[in-house]
Design a protein around this ligand. Structure first.
Ligand SMILES: O=P(O)(O)OC[C@H]1O[C@H](O[C@H]2O[C@H](CO)[C@@H](O)[C@H](O)[C@H]2O)[C@H](O)[C@@H](O)[C@@H]1O
Length: 288
């Protein structure tokens, strides 16, 4: 994408990071786990798509990688650890797809929606768009539907606070032009906050990023453990550009993990979803 096109789109600046220097491999994982496992409390905050669940054409058809559910449950059961999902997904969809364990914190819609999984179900504060947000979402419906209508394979996902133009099943050229139309069009409207992810342009009516989601997880984990937020080390793993907001927000005692290729502010890179499960197991073993 050209600089002109990206100007209206929310991106975290990772251009100063030496990408060749982002550690990867078994020794790097061992060293990173050893370092972070010494914290008083560890909050493991994970993106969902591309981190716990491999990407697919149908967003509601994906399933988590083998071993992921057990690893999440083991972290949730650990007295000095918290498990959290920090995702662009709607909270309701995240619960359906991830079946998160009791005790899990959920920061959905990038951090707009908050939830806690309990034995009686997911506790959340119902959130409704304001009247102005409703109006903006209605205008986005028309604009994004018009873009998708001209591109075979493109379609629109309607979320509580966003409309998402999906282009995964479109031809590459068509996907690029549909993305460009969204960026120079509705992404540029006042009150619209655009994020470009993997084969998606997300057009949100609230200005919240995963940095907000991770900050909420840290505060909440600290409060539940009776600690200061500074005593909580956050391990965050993400695969997409939208996750870089969270990764750049981490401090030196935290661990930021990039899953797969691409520019990143993370301090560790792992290959794929099974490697994330291995990392979680290593973290659990180090805290045993
Ligand atoms: O923050 P995440 O948990 O990574 O969620 C981000 C977006 O995930 C979904 O889209 C992505 O996954 C789909 C299923 O694999 C894939 O078809 C799409 O191309 C990906 O971008 C979801 O549909 C979006 O609403 C989320 O924002």
């Amino acid at each position: 994408m050209s600089e002109a096109l990206s100007a209206d789109v929310s991106t975290a600046d990772v251009s100063t990071v030496d990408q060749a220097a982002v550690p990867t491999g078994d020794d790097a994982v061992r060293e990173a786990v050893r370092r972070v496992a010494g914290a008083r409390h560890v909050a493991v905050a994970l993106d969902f798509d591309g981190v716990l669940a491999p990407l697919g054409d149908d967003p509601m058809g994906v399933t988590m990688a083998p071993g992921a559910a057990d690893a999440l449950a083991a972290i949730a059961a650990h007295p000095d650890m918290t498990v959290a999902l920090v995702s662009g997904r709607r909270l309701e969809d995240l619960v359906t797809l991830a079946s998160p364990p009791v005790g899990a914190l959920l920061a959905a819609s990038h951090g707009v929606e908050h939830g806690l999984v309990t034995a009686a179900g997911t506790r959340t504060e119902p959130l409704e768009p304001t009247e102005a947000e409703h109006d903006l979402l209605a205008r986005l419906d028309d604009a994004v539907a018009a873009i998708a209508a001209d591109v075979e394979g493109a379609w629109v996902e309607r979320k509580t606070f966003a409309r998402v133009l999906h282009t995964r099943t479109a031809q590459d050229d068509d996907a690029a032009s549909a993305t460009a139309l969204a960026v120079v069009g509705p992404a540029d409207w006042p009150g619209v906050h655009a994020i470009i992810g993997k084969s998606v342009v997300e057009l949100a009516v609230r200005d919240v990023t995963k940095a907000d989601g991770v900050a909420w997880v840290r505060r909440r984990a600290a409060a539940d453990a009776g600690l200061d937020p500074a005593d909580v080390a956050v391990v965050f793993a993400g695969d997409d550009t939208t996750d870089e907001h969270a990764l750049v927000s981490l401090g030196p005692a935290d661990l930021g993990v990039k899953v797969g290729g691409g520019e990143t502010a993370a301090t560790l890179r792992v290959a794929d979803e099974p490697a994330v499960v291995d990392l979680l197991r290593a973290l659990l073993a180090a805290r045993a």
